[in-house]
Design a protein around this ligand. Structure first.
Ligand SMILES: [Zn+2]
Length: 148
């Protein structure tokens, strides 16, 4: 029995799990390089990634609440990181530090956390960086880049 190269566990997990209807739509829209949010029909709070319950008024959010965002946004806070997780309980030190930022996307009430390329400052305007070939998977959205 080998060790699963992704999880580091001594077995290969052969199952699929659901992220829920709204998160599934969120990831599938990456194939078309779109970022979807859920806008509450009661209080207009717009959460990204979309959740099934409004974080502000606790109303149930369904597929009719999904709205497309432009993908552009503003950096609200950020930090530098010097390593990333290797998926096996360890770390991989980076040759060059990366910036992780809380980004408020235009039209959203909440922030999304992602890697940002460029000269990042508080208030920097950013746009998404997509994989060359998108497949409707989380890895399609590589991060964001500073545009202003
Ligand atoms: Zn609400």
């Amino acid at each position: 029995m080998g060790v699963d190269r992704y999880s580091g566990l001594p077995f290969v997990a052969r199952f699929r799990w659901s992220v829920g209807k709204l998160m599934e739509r969120f990831y599938r829209s990456f194939e078309e390089k779109k970022i979807m949010a859920a806008k509450c029909e009661k209080c207009s709070y717009t959460v990204v990634p979309p959740r099934q319950i409004c974080p502000q008024c606790y109303s149930k959010l369904g597929e009719s609440c999904l709205v497309e965002l432009s993908g552009r946004g503003v950096v609200e806070s950020f930090t530098e990181v010097n390593f990333k997780l290797d998926g096996k309980g360890g770390y991989i030190w980076l040759e060059k530090p990366e910036v992780l930022a809380a980004i408020k996307l235009d039209g959203a009430s909440s922030t999304i956390f992602a890697r940002v390329e460029g000269d990042v400052k508080l208030g920097s305007k950013v746009e998404p960086v997509w994989a060359e070939k998108t497949e409707g998977k989380p890895s399609d959205l590589i991060g964001f880049r500073v545009i202003e």
